[in-house]
Unconditional design. Structure first.
Length: 127
């Protein structure tokens, strides 16, 4: 699991269910990083800004391939259905699409870093 960068593995069949979770050697985020994100989310909510959240846990990617332009940048206007990012979960690349027309105000996730289900990835203004 360590060699592949996995922290959890789940297998489920008709009569067998296996869930393996590797204990992290170091925290994924520091307390300061979490506090900063929470402050940014709070400020966004106070300004009636939309929080675009990850629908699943996995690795965040801002572009389809390393070295390519990101799907969105701060200040971009995106249409409903446009790809915002990719979340890789168990070697499956899941495109995360805009559910409305937005102007991207802030990108909170970092390419190549893990994100959790429900974690805020983007702050955006609904157009």
């Amino acid at each position: 699991m360590k060699a592949e960068g996995l922290s959890e593995l789940e297998f489920d069949s008709d009569d067998t269910k296996i869930h393996i979770k590797r204990k992290s050697e170091k925290p994924l985020f520091s307390v300061k990083q979490v506090q900063k994100k929470e402050e940014e989310i709070y400020k966004a909510e106070m300004l009636a800004v939309a929080s675009i959240k990850s629908p699943l846990s996995g690795t965040f990617y801002s572009a389809s391939k390393h070295g390519m332009s990101p799907f969105v940048n701060v200040g971009d206007t995106v249409d409903e259905g446009a790809t915002l990012c990719i979340i890789e979960a168990m070697k499956v690349m899941n495109e995360i699409k805009a559910d409305a027309n937005y102007k991207i105000l802030k990108i909170l996730a970092t390419t190549g870093k893990p994100v959790s289900a429900g974690e805020v990835l983007f702050l955006a203004k609904v157009l």
